[in-house]
Write a protein that binds this ligand. Sequence first.
Ligand code: SF4
Length: 354
Amino acid sequence: MPRSARQGLTNPWQFPQEAENEQFVSPSGSDLPIRAEPHGRNEDPEYIFMTDRNKRFNDLNTYLRGIFGCRVQKITIDAGFTCPNRDGTLSTRGCIYCNARGSGTGAYAKGLSVTEQLVRGKEALFKRYKAKKFIAYFQSFSNTYAPLEKLRSLYEEALGTEDVVGLSIGTRPDCVDESVLDLLQGYAEDHLIWIEYGLQSAHDATLVLINRGHDVRCFTNAVAETRNRGIKICAHVILGLPNETRAHMLETAETIAQAGIDGVKLHLLYVIKGTKLESLYRQGHYKCLEQQEYADLICDFLERIPAEIVIQRLTGDPHRDELVAPSWSMRKTETLNLIKELLEKRDSWQGKFS
Ligand code: SF4
């Protein structure tokens, strides 16, 4: 573990680091710019950013390489789950920024099994990154929201796939109970198991406004139930939620800093078609963050969370066909570079003020 960020306010992250790990792999395997490098060199701008030696935060790829000694890549899985905020249990409307696809890749609707999705993902990610090990990332909707036997069957199908060394399971904090956590705890004895809880904001008023259907207490309870089981905990946070100021977002950073979690994913709120947020945006009731503003907020956030928290994501990946605004959210590399430049300009890093 690098030396503490507290010691002399020095940047603990100056060693070779890599960029965001999660990679959407299309069910067809064809609509991503995944390509073999003709000269043994990868000239993808994101790859160049990834290998920058001066990145100033605790990134996921370096963390994974530290554990497994090789490039490890997440493969997104759409296993056909739903969500209590969609199926009528809590609501049928969902969170105001979520469309009916629920971040799904569409692979389940195309009839692809977990194994088939993993095999395609492995092939594509080996070509692109020379990845040798993989984490099955159950991403779409709420991936603990099903009977226990169904969960066991899906998770074990993934863990039984060659070179899959762990699971990452995206879910809501109100969709876990002791039986699910016991199941994951068993896997954690010989696999890397992450659970990803959507928090989004540490403000209950915001959670009501965005129709999350749970409060902050629900998140802190889920974290308390999950800790000390060998399961790694990641929280999802969204910057730019309606009515939130910089002060609100920094309070969320403080909550994350004290939550006792292992990782965080930071997302930009963008507007996608077919959502309540789209109506608000078109009526002039919601204004998107500007790119520079977002980069500033990310730096502020990173400075306030402990250096030990693994940063799994710094922005989102909107689908071009679904995006309404802001258009800059499609330019991910540019945003990542802005964040990097800003940290350098501030001479700052993750954990500087934590
Ligand atoms: S919890 Fe997730 S899947 Fe469910 S409505 Fe909200 S964003 Fe969509």
